[in-house]
Design a protein around this ligand. Structure first.
Ligand SMILES: Cc1ncc(COP(=O)(O)O)c(C=O)c1O
Length: 466
């Protein structure tokens, strides 16, 4: 017996779970209670007390079809009645084969194969190991250094934390992290664009940090550059300036380095196209995906792999020295296949572009003159808002004010889920919010989202409703 009491208040099944009495290890151990989700209804989540929350960030991005999609549920039920899982060492499955075909069909021809994982972070590890094995199999075993970006996130495994660029998330785990990494700065125009600098020059200057870093650590020792196509949680929906990724691709090619793009958050339609990189007019060597791949109906990630990498490994070692018990899980692949078909058949990419435009417009109308909204940015249904103490100096709020925690709570009280992150001195970013509603949103949901978010911000900043 654990000695813990009942996590729910005696006799009141509708009250929230008491964290200190719960046997589940929750994220925030000091929070008095946590809400209990019991039902999904389109873009809403319903808690045990019957309160409805508009999912304004699809959780952290996955729930692209909302929480009760009939086609996905039917596909999963049907798969479950056939077989839920068979280990990939012994079997493949129809859903895994069809999903791989679906993902490659919409990618450039170079990306010919898909390695499945259970999460986005596992996709980072798989991509880094694929890059390493590729170079060993190509007879270049010295290539092991991975260059990432400050102000970026590619997952919370040890390799992901090392290659990503969030000091806050690395913090106490630093002594455990692999040391084969180097980092360049982000292409973060709101803070990084210099006085008088054009966007083109900014793109080239920031991209060429990669070249300088490769030269510094030794060109023959670098295996890969990894970054998010659109930066998600660490900076808040930061798109690269036009031309940045073309320059990055040129540099990678020049030094024979693999380009790994992390599209775990921005891929699978979130920014209006299945792959975000197609809007940058380049093709990476490896692409990480996850989150909206299976829409939150099952945990699933994947890495799209170029034929050059696949063939080099096939022709030398003959297999990838990696794997998990559940990778390519049949039920998860069936869910993802149904999700991707639903996005295609309902042409939800068009709705993402349309709704993203409306969201951007309403955010600008509502906050254009707000002294504490420093920047509104993003693409499609991945919009970011940076909150500052002083708009003219871009000074951040003091961390002790806990804007992020309070904004999250006020939003939840008003029935809105949005993804708020704290300011960070190392990447200079202010408190910022990701608004990423499901692809099925209607204009009335966007209006509700902006209204509730505006009211939550007013309450957080303790000002009269505007
Ligand atoms: C860009 C990016 N990469 C990787 C990950 C890690 O994905 P997961 O949480 O599924 O491990 C995330 C998750 O937030 C992400 O936003």
């Amino acid at each position: 017996m654990s000695g813990l009491g009942s996590a729910r208040r005696q006799g009141d099944r509708s009250s929230p779970v008491v964290v200190s009495a719960s046997a589940a290890f929750h994220r925030d151990l000091l929070a008095p209670t946590i809400r209990e989700a019991v039902k999904g209804d389109g873009v809403y989540i319903v808690d045990r007390g019957g309160k409805r929350y508009l999912d304004g960030s699809s959780g952290s991005g996955p729930s692209c079809l909302g929480h009760s999609n009939a086609a996905v549920r039917a596909a999963m039920h049907a798969q479950l009645d056939q077989i839920a899982y068979a280990h990939t060492a012994f079997f493949t499955s129809g859903p895994m084969e069809e999903l791989a075909e679906n993902l490659c069909a919409d990618a450039p021809d170079e990306l010919s194969h898909v390695w499945f994982t259970n999460s986005g972070a596992e996709a980072a590890d798989a991509a880094l190991k694929l890059a390493r094995q590729y170079f060993i199999d190509r007879g270049q075993p010295d290539r092991h250094i991975v260059i990432g970006r400050h102000g970026g996130y590619v997952g919370s495994t040890l390799a992901g934390l090392a290659a990503g660029g969030s000091e806050r998330r690395r913090g106490p785990f630093k002594p455990l992290l692999p040391t084969n990494t180097a980092h360049i700065g982000p292409a973060y125009a709101y803070r990084g664009l210099r006085e008088g600098e054009t966007s083109e020059d900014f793109a080239l200057r920031t991209a060429r940090e990669l070249e300088a870093t490769i030269e510094r650590v030794g060109p023959s020792r670098v295996s890969a550059f990894i970054c998010e196509t659109v930066v998600g949680s660490i900076l808040g929906a930061v798109t690269a300036p036009e031309g940045y990724f073309r320059e990055i691709r040129r540099i990678c090619d020049r030094y024979g380095i693999l380009l790994i793009l992390d599209e775990v958050m921005c891929g699978m339609g979130r920014v209006g196209t299945k792959y975000a990189f197609t809007q940058e007019e380049i093709c990476p060597d490896l692409v990480m995906i996850g989150k909206a791949l299976a829409g939150g109906y099952a945990p699933l990630g994947a890495v799209l792999v170029s034929s050059a990498i696949h063939d080099a490994i096939r022709d030398k070692t003959g297999f990838f020295r990696h794997g998990h018990s559940f990778h390519g899980h049949t039920l998860a692949c069936a869910a993802a296949l149904a999700v991707q078909r639903e996005i295609e058949q309902r042409d939800l990419a068009s709705n993402v572009r349309r709704s993203g435009h409306l969201l951007d417009q309403l955010l600008h109308e509502r906050f254009a003159e707000d002294p504490h909204v420093g920047d509104i940015r993003g693409r499609g249904l991945m919009q970011g808002i940076e909150i500052v103490a002083d708009r003219s100096t871009k000074q951040n709020f003091d961390a002790s004010l806990q804007i992020d925690t309070r904004l999250t709570e006020h939003a939840l009280d008003l029935g809105l889920i949005c993804y708020v992150s704290a300011s960070s001195p190392e990447s200079q970013v202010g408190d910022h919010v990701l608004l990423m509603p499901p692809y099925i949103v209607e204009p009335r949901h966007i209006e509700e989202l902006v209204d509730k978010f505006g009211r939550a911000l007013d309450r957080t900043l303790e000002r009269k409703p505007s």
